[in-house]
Design a protein around this ligand. Structure first.
Ligand code: NAD
Length: 256
């Protein structure tokens, strides 16, 4: 059980981050949800999650493109036994047309934020005598596709950061690993299905199988619950000697 532990999940008011927060809370951890907005519904989401699992749950606004706000998130949380670096954005364009501000934003949110939160969290974990850092990378942290230069550079970068942090904490009761999801069925992906069906003139099942999951040999999406389960596993005693590595949850993508 993760009772007594506090987990901070960046970028967790939707999608994978929210799914991971649910599974950590189900395992008994107190959770801190985060995104860059500060709406009533963000705080309500945390309150609802807390009630559902009978744990303490809070929402803290922090923009992961700001180094100061990344570090302030850890400070404001007051505790950080489990840090899940999940916040991420995407932009698709050829390298020679890639907007500079998109490149900078993707590197800041998908990569540098994890440097800042980890730097702030390690002293807190050391003081507590236990810690888990889980970075949400991607199959694109291990392989590439055209037109996603910033995303792929950032995701390969976070895999490198993962290994380095693992070596620096190797003799301590702290681990650092990356999860590399393939295509995950989040509300954003679900919302693209009707459009894709229209564009390709295919039914739901065919467009998922032939178009969206063309690179995922299982021909099934991973789910946010599965990513949450993988995160909980990395926080368990069974995973105490797993550090500095990647776990692919990609239906065979990177085996192809
Ligand atoms: P999503 O858009 O549903 O979630 C992204 C989260 O990050 C949201 O909560 C959003 O509010 C937050 N966020 C965005 N910009 C932020 C900022 N500046 N500061 C703080 N929070 C910010 O997307 P998702 O699919 O759940 O993606 C989560 C992570 O998983 C990302 O790192 C993504 O690269 C990775 N991933 C997703 C897939 C997939 O198929 N969906 C596959 C592999 C990896």
């Amino acid at each position: 059980s993760l009772a007594g532990k506090t987990a901070i999940v960046t970028g967790s008011n939707s999608g994978i981050g929210l799914g991971i927060a649910h599974e950590l809370a189900r395992a008994g951890a107190a959770v801190v949800l985060n995104s860059f907005t500060d709406r009533d519904e963000d705080h309500a989401l945390a309150a609802k999650l807390g009630r559902e699992h009978g744990v303490e749950a809070r929402y803290i606004k922090a923009d992961m493109s700001s180094p100061e706000e990344c570090r302030a998130l850890i400070e404001q949380a007051g505790a950080c036994d489990i840090l899940v670096n999940n916040a991420g954005i995407q932009h698709v364009a050829p390298v020679d047309e890639f907007p500079v501000e998109k490149w900078d934003a993707i590197i800041a949110i998908n990569l540098s934020s994890a440097f800042h939160t980890t730097a702030a969290a390690l002293p807190v974990m050391r003081a507590a005598g236990w810690g888990r850092v889980v970075n949400i990378a991607s199959a694109h942290g291990l392989t590439a596709s055209p037109y996603k230069s910033a995303y792929i550079a950032a995701k390969h970068g976070i895999v490198g950061l993962t290994k380095t942090v693992a070596l620096e904490t190797a003799e301590e009761p702290i681990t650092c690993n990356a999860i590399c999801p393939g295509y995950v069925l989040t509300p954003l992906v679900e919302a693209q299905i009707p459009d894709q069906m229209k564009t390709h003139g295919m039914d739901r099942e065919t467009v998922i199988r032939e178009v969206m999951l063309e690179r995922q040999p299982s021909r099934q999406f991973a789910t946010v619950e599965q990513l949450g389960g993988t995160t909980v596993f990395l926080c368990s005693d069974a995973a105490a000697q797993i550090t500095g590595t990647t776990i692919s949850v990609d239906g065979g993508w990177t085996a192809l």
